[in-house]
Design a protein around this ligand. Structure first.
Ligand code: AMP
Length: 194
């Protein structure tokens, strides 16, 4: 597993009704910046997207946004980022975000976040990538999604190993701990070659 230098965060273009979602985005953003990990995200300045980008930037971190040209107006493209990549389509946006990241975190979000999350998980199932995917289940927000995936397995429509394609964290701190656990330290890499 390669070292995590860029983390792609998928999250809502809205803030949600409970302030815990906003707080989780801010905490995750600060932790990412402290670890010198670059944030890759959808490039907007609204909702949890804007909140996490601002949190990373104000903690001195790097942020790359990836946004299709037609969405710059609706999602109010963030103009203070380290870099803003403008794509011609949604598919290009997803491809560029996926190419630029070494791991993925899913914060609360809506249908767009779900679309991106399912693509990531199904592509991992098809062995098109092996990057870690961590679902940040803030106050049980993703419990219905996890239940739905369990139901697909129970009904025989998905392999029981599907749940091994992603990890679940309850707090932003746990996300970082989980990532540290899947990425071998320099010492582990060295000793594995002895
Ligand atoms: P949402 O979770 O619906 O607030 O959307 C989160 C992000 O996903 C936003 O930047 C949306 O533009 C993006 N999005 C929405 N639908 C799609 C889609 N079908 N494919 C890729 N991204 C999408």
């Amino acid at each position: 597993m390669k070292q995590i230098r860029s983390l792609c965060v998928l999250c809502g273009s809205r803030e949600g009704t409970d302030p815990v979602y906003r707080e989780a985005a801010i905490r995750l953003g600060r932790l990412i910046a402290e670890q010198n990990v670059r944030l890759v995200y959808g490039g907007g300045s609204i909702g949890l997207m804007g909140i996490i980008a601002d949190a990373v930037l104000s903690a001195g971190g790097e942020v790359v946004g990836v946004i299709p040209d037609f969405l710059i107006r609706y999602e109010i493209g963030h103009h203070d980022l380290t870099d803003l990549v403008i794509t011609g389509s949604m598919h290009d946006r997803k491809r560029r975000m996926f190419e630029m990241a070494d791991a993925f975190v899913v914060l609360p979000g809506g249908l767009g976040t779900l679309d991106e999350t399912f693509e990531l998980i199904t592509w991992r199932q098809l062995r098109l990538h092996d990057s870690p995917i961590i679902v940040l289940d803030v106050e049980g927000y993703w419990a219905p999604l996890l239940k739905l995936i369990d139901a697909t397995i129970a009904a025989g429509f998905a392999d029981p190993a599907t749940t091994e394609l992603f990890m679940v964290a309850r707090t932003p701190e746990e996300v970082l701990q989980t990532l540290a656990g899947v990425v071998p330290t320099k010492e582990e890499v060295l000793t594995s070659h002895l």
